[in-house]
Design a protein around this ligand. Sequence first.
Ligand code: NAD
Length: 254
Amino acid sequence: MKLFDLSGSVALVTGAGSGIGQRIAVGLGEAGADVALLDRRSDDGLAKTAAAIAALGRRSIPIAADVTSAEALADAVERTENELGALHFAVNAAGIANANPAEEMEESQFQTMLDVNLKGVFLSAQAEARAMLRHGRGSIVNIASMSGAIVNRGLSQCHYNASKAGVIHMSKSMAMEWVGRGIRVNTISPGYTATPMNTRPEMVHQTKLFEEQTPMGRMGTVDEMVGPAIFLLSDAASFVTGVDLLVDGGFCCW
Ligand code: NAD
């Protein structure tokens, strides 16, 4: 068994047009996988990810789709298997973030957050696992957040925090449903990470606070999400399922 090696395998990554999902998708290419790239973005985000993977000599297919659509996800998995081969690995990173005090939040804002961040991960993992269960082998990593375990000081985002706590516990539940059928399911919970989600101009003040509040004194980089993802997907983690891996610069220790 070659640890950390994904050579000759096929992976699907949601949220592959930006940030953490984009960098992990390229990282899976670096580890030897061909990668289906799913995102709802219609700009050049997916094209950039695809170009980076092509430069590694790996194949990829860009798929413009929304993770709130079960039908779109079923089509995406079918296309992945038809064009790249049997699906064995998936990383579900598509997500959104915003903030609003709980007492002012409209029902629709709460609902949209849950639809994308929780139902979107459910539908993605369901579509991926249906294929993996047919093959009797697979590994899924869902991107949750440390906000699923702690409440970020100063950020009014009860809907986001609830969605991420949901992702962590749903993933453990899926891990147990599929544990005897060759599928592992784990989550990565990033701490503050420098991506477009956190580096918008209006976030400059907030970003400084994030750095001060993190024991390592800085935000994480998207590069630092790759190793944990490859570990959890690969045979290096063959006895690891139902785990939430905090990648947070020590944030949750304080
Ligand atoms: P990002 O905004 O850079 O990337 C998110 C991607 O998801 C975008 O390309 C977006 O188009 C896509 N997306 C959003 N809604 C979608 C939908 N309905 N269907 C398909 N694609 C959709 O953000 P990021 O920081 O890379 O976040 C990636 C994941 O990591 C998210 O789940 C986020 O909650 C989580 N996370 C981020 C941080 C952080 O500090 N950046 C911390 C903890 C967790």
